[in-house]
Write a protein of this length. Sequence first.
Length: 385
Amino acid sequence: MQNFSFQNRTRIHFGEKQIAKITEEIPKTANVLVVYGGGSIKKNGVYQQVSDALSDHAWFEFSGVEPNPSYYTLMQANAIIEKENINYILAVGGGSVIDGAKFIAAAACYKGRDPWNILAQKEEVSQALPIGVVLTLPATGSESNANAVVTRDSIKLAFSSPQVHPLFAILDPSVTLSLSDRQISNGVVDAFVHVLEQYLTYKVDAKVQDRFAEGLLQTLIEDGPLALTESHRNDLEVRGNLMWAATMALNGMIGVGVPQDWSTHIIGHELTGSFGIDHARTLSVVLPALIKICRQNKESKLVQYAERVWGLTEGSNIDKIDEAIRLTEAFFEEMQVPTRLSQIELGKSDIDTLINGLERNGMLAIGEHRDITLDVSRKILETAL
Ligand code: NZQ
Ligand code: ZN
């Protein structure tokens, strides 16, 4: 196992009716900005629960944070932050709202020329407003990690800073009952690929991380499809397991002390940036192709994945890997997400746009061995056609 330092400062409140905990989590003296998206929280009762919990606080709101949050939208929050002297951000939503809130919190304290430089120039975030979260869509892990992804024009970039790591997060599985099938699928697939980005690399004898990762994958394989069935549509145990699995998938636990890949995400961000494809659907298209192209480098972990996650004990290593790839694709299909570029109406002629985007963003050598060059990324995309 590699050396590491680990801290996760987010206090989690899990379970039904936990939104009320906001009252004690946010200091009474704070001026709170509630950040949310397009209004799903007004239809499912979450907005009401949040306003009840904040009834003794001074609070204001900023709405309209869109999926794949836009820099331009987020920058509009500055005016209300200055006017109302905001000193606490409460994000209520999915990954886009939480990521947007992180950017807003960092931009509010930014002293330089343009906060976009935090992403484009990798400028360090030296200060940010404190952030709390009410999670409404289990997927990204953003509620308890330090990462955020923001889009400006067609450029989608990520930043990471301990300054924007949420102080608390409320995980009430019942608020996820209003999700559409598409968003449930997206969440499960995103969490699944987060685990694989940290697991499907090469062995460093990190037994705890590996077993945790395998447990998360098996949970998502078991309960992901169940959440889409009529008989379990309102099953809070299923929703709760999916919610906790998605948080654990990207809260640092399984990623410490191990090599990490993230090339599926990096290539996927180009698909969202240029063509507006849902984040998770970019991953379900790229991942199987990436495994096919990188299977030699990943062989020992792929065999472990085949044996321990899919229970494949018969045949040669080649057979096991072939079958594990087939089962991964079948799982994505069961989750109703695409596994081919053609299924999202993209073809060979679009690959240049994606490769140009990777080049422009400096993604010239990605993956755990930094050997996925632009040529290899091209091969991956051609394999995904
Ligand atoms: O905006 P509203 O009206 O709230 O509707 C949202 C949105 O349209 C809706 N929704 C959320 N909770 C709901 C609900 N609808 C009904 N009931 C509920 N309870 O779902 C739609 C999608 O929301 P979004 O936040 O965009 O989804 P997700 O959580 O998948 O977030 C995706 C974003 O997170 C980034 C992605 O790149 C993408 O921009 N990621 C962030 C990461 C991180 N910070 O660590 C890691 C991930 O890999 C990912 O890159
Ligand atoms: Zn993701």
